[in-house]
Write a protein that binds this ligand. Structure first.
Ligand code: NAD
Ligand code: TYD
Length: 350
């Protein structure tokens, strides 16, 4: 079976893992990676597969309606795996409209382009990659299931909730085959160092303060990014259309406990005296509206489609730390904007 897939946001953290998996695992699929190469996306993440015969890259913005319509007409995709988004909660607090534009409007433009191009829905699928943050915040007990009512509370989660609703609306109104997955916090290689884990690793390397928001008691549920990519593969191929699947590894950590664990791993790897990295921990003003706890119940995905995470957290964290220690230049280049300059010149705006 052949497929002609558009993957959006493939130059970002999760997207690059999804593109790599699909390009390597399915040589008979054509994969087009569409990405605007914002601060969060860079093509060095995909250098190992960029020459593959079944892969191509298109630089472009999902909020540019005319361009998106033209691209769909030109390439006649039969499937979309949509990951392009503004993804950082702190940035959404500073600049909410950027999130409305990309996450809400961009998603609706993609949905509409697919609807206009797909004359019939046989063999078609629009897969929206979303977050567990749409469900809001948990207290000390309980889990998010697929039945949990939406209750987004940050501009980021509100924009993702809204885009989920648009995807469902296209299914109910136009019968478009869609599937949505809502995943917990990811970690692993190629993660932009503004998010908790890569930021802490990078600051420990450079002996900089480790900013823990509030009392560090907020809880997140962490999943190895390659396990997320494997889940997307399974849901793309076997998920029931019109359904939502929660993805998570039953792996909750209080922020402060996670930072302490990272500090002890880093002390060992950097051959620093035990406790050296933890002395960098600095409690800072809490994030506005900081959600207390996220925890995913991924039973449906496990029971229906047989997916389960492959890696223990401690092992994944070790591998992540090793990757950042071996790729310090990657961090320097993406945080200095050097990538952007290079690739913006290489791929002129369409
Ligand atoms: P990321 O910020 O690392 O990557 C986003 C990518 O989208 C970048 O390559 C960026 O250049 C691209 N992009 C942004 N705006 C664009 C636009 N207007 N047009 C085209 N491309 C654009 O994000 P990520 O962490 O890889 O997240 C990917 C998706 O997964 C997002 O939809 C996010 O909501 C979702 N998600 C993330 C997590 C997580 O823990 N990171 C968890 C669950 C779901
Ligand atoms: P983050 O990685 O931004 O993901 P999200 O907000 O989408 O869950 O943050 C994870 C947790 O870590 C969250 O509770 C906020 C907290 N945090 C800090 O304490 N310090 C930091 O510097 C960052 C970036 C996050």
């Amino acid at each position: 079976m052949e497929k002609n897939i558009l993957i959006t946001g493939g130059a970002g953290f999760i997207g690059s893992h999804v593109v790599r998996l699909f390009v390597n695992k399915y040589p008979n699929y054509r994969v087009t990676n569409l990405d605007a190469l914002t601060y969060a996306g860079n093509l060095e993440n995909l250098r190992d597969i960029e020459d593959a015969a079944n892969y191509s890259f298109v630089k472009g913005d999902i909020t540019d309606e005319a361009f998106i319509n033209e691209l769909f007409l030109e390439r006649q995709f039969d499937s979309v795996i949509h990951l392009a988004a503004e993804s950082h909660v702190d940035r959404s607090i500073m600049d909410p409209l950027a999130f409305v534009k990309t996450n809400v409007l961009g998603t609706a433009i993609l949905l509409n382009a697919a609807r206009r191009t797909w004359k019939d829905y046989s063999g078609k699928l629009f897969y929206h990659v979303s977050t567990d943050e749409v469900y809001g915040s948990l207290g000390q007990e309980g889990f998010f299931t697929e039945e949990t009512p939406y209750d987004p509370r940050s501009p980021y989660s509100a924009s993702k909730a809204s885009s989920d609703h648009f995807v469902k609306a296209w299914h109910h109104t136009y019968n478009m085959p869609v599937v949505i997955s809502n995943c917990s916090n990811n970690y692993g290689s190629h993660h932009f160092p503004e998010k908790l884990i890569p930021l802490m690793i990078n600051n420990i390397i450079h002996g900089k303060p480790l900013p823990v928001y509030g009392k560090g008691e907020n809880v997140r549920d962490w999943l190895w990014v390659e396990d997320h990519a494997r889940a997307i593969d399974v849901i793309f191929h076997k998920g029931r259309h019109g359904e939502t699947y929660n993805i998570g590894g039953f792996n909750e950590w209080k922020n402060i406990d996670l930072v302490q664990l990272l500090c002890s791993i880093m002390d060992r790897k950097l051959q620093r005296e035990p406790g050296a990295s933890a002395r960098l921990i600095t409690y800072v003003t809490d994030r506005a509206g900081h959600d207390l706890r996220y925890a995913i119940d991924a039973t449906k995905l496990n029971k229906e489609l047989g997916w389960k995470p492959s890696l223990q957290f401690e092992e994944g964290l070790e591998r992540t730390v090793d990757w950042y220690l071996a790729n310090k230049e990657w961090v320097n280049r993406i945080t200095s904007g050097a990538y952007q300059e290079y690739y913006q010149n290489q791929y002129a705006e369409r």
